[in-house]
Design a protein. Sequence first.
Length: 192
Amino acid sequence: MKKTGLFFGTFNPIHIGHLIIAQYFLNETDLGEVWFVISPKSPFKQKEKITDDRQRLYMVQLAIEGVNGLRASDVEFGMPKPNYTVKTLEKLRANHPNRTFVLLMGADNIKNFRKWKDYEQILSHHAIYIYPRPFVRLDADETELGIYFEKAPAIDISSTYIRESLKAGKDIRFLLHHKVWNYIDATGLYSN
């Protein structure tokens, strides 16, 4: 069984923080691959304006192009909205019975994990690899939800900051993979 890490997110846009975390888990754990699962809309972010699904998928593909072990997944695109992770995981297990899926989750998301739809079902089928987030401390009962990789990089970059900076006309090119920056710069994405 091939062990595959699932890194869920809207990736609006994908930035170097996402890439660093994915590379860390690929290099430093037992995962054979890491998949970026691009989510159309999180049940916890209903008010957030989301860039077109295909554009976000394309930016992820640009960022990971030619990197062995990293892959973009649009599995959630055709699923009912809002997307619930438990349903996505059921679909992935059915479509890929030869893989074991592990969730990659920031400490900030672990804080709310027990509010997720059918979180017990997720835990019964999947391990969770937790990475640190700046200024987030986990309680003992939260670290028990998965394996905490405290040496993973704690990166304080957010897609929200990137979007706001682009809208304000700021140059944030070094927070993005150069191909993603070039795409955003050429299309004017996030500038208005």
